[in-house]
Design a protein around this ligand. Structure first.
Ligand code: ZN
Length: 171
């Protein structure tokens, strides 16, 4: 059994009117992820969404414009990738989806052979989460066509670092 981890595919990052829009180029990953989600569900792999869900006074907003405030439209998963009943949704408040969440326990229960990773932003929540996956010795595949970043240089660097330093497969 495998897991497909879908990182922060939320309205505030992925729609033009969103508070921290990742840019038009990022939209290209949506159909790719849509297909991976469909394939995953068909093959019995589990889809796990990890989603920013901040308090209105979150300290992260000292660095970034307020975004993905819990209960607001901006914190919702985009319509194109809506979860289904069997999917798992984990709310997070920091870059790594492990920090202060139940992801560690969830993955221990699921015991995936491989964790496939897609979403945004490559150099922030994707990279930090992949680092923590590798700290736990999961086999990780990052879909290079399934991740995006508002900063193209940071995107390229993050892909390289995840491969060379974390030992993730970038495919
Ligand atoms: Zn955030």
């Amino acid at each position: 059994m495998d897991v497909l981890l879908v990182v922060d595919m939320l309205r505030d990052f992925m729609t033009k009117e969103g508070a921290l829009y990742c840019g038009d180029d990022a939209g290209g990953i949506i159909p790719f992820i849509r297909k991976k989600i469909d394939d995953c569900r068909k093959s019995g792999c589990r889809v796990v969404y990890v989603c920013d869900s901040h308090r209105p006074d979150d300290k992260e907003f000292r660095m970034f414009a307020p975004h993905c405030v819990k209960g607001t439209r901006g914190a919702e998963i985009i319509d194109e990738l809506k979860p289904e009943a069997d999917d798992i949704i984990i709310e997070k408040t920091r870059f790594s989806a492990f920090y202060g969440t139940g992801l560690d326990e969830t993955l221990k229960e699921l015991a995936p052979e491989t964790v496939f990773v897609a979403g945004v932003c490559t150099s922030i929540c994707v990279m930090d989460t992949v680092g923590d996956l590798r700290n736990r010795d999961y086999r990780v595949v990052v879909y290079k066509d399934g991740v995006a970043d508002f900063d193209p240089q940071a995107h390229e660097f993050a892909l390289k670092r995840m491969a060379d330093v974390y030992g993730a497969e970038v495919a």
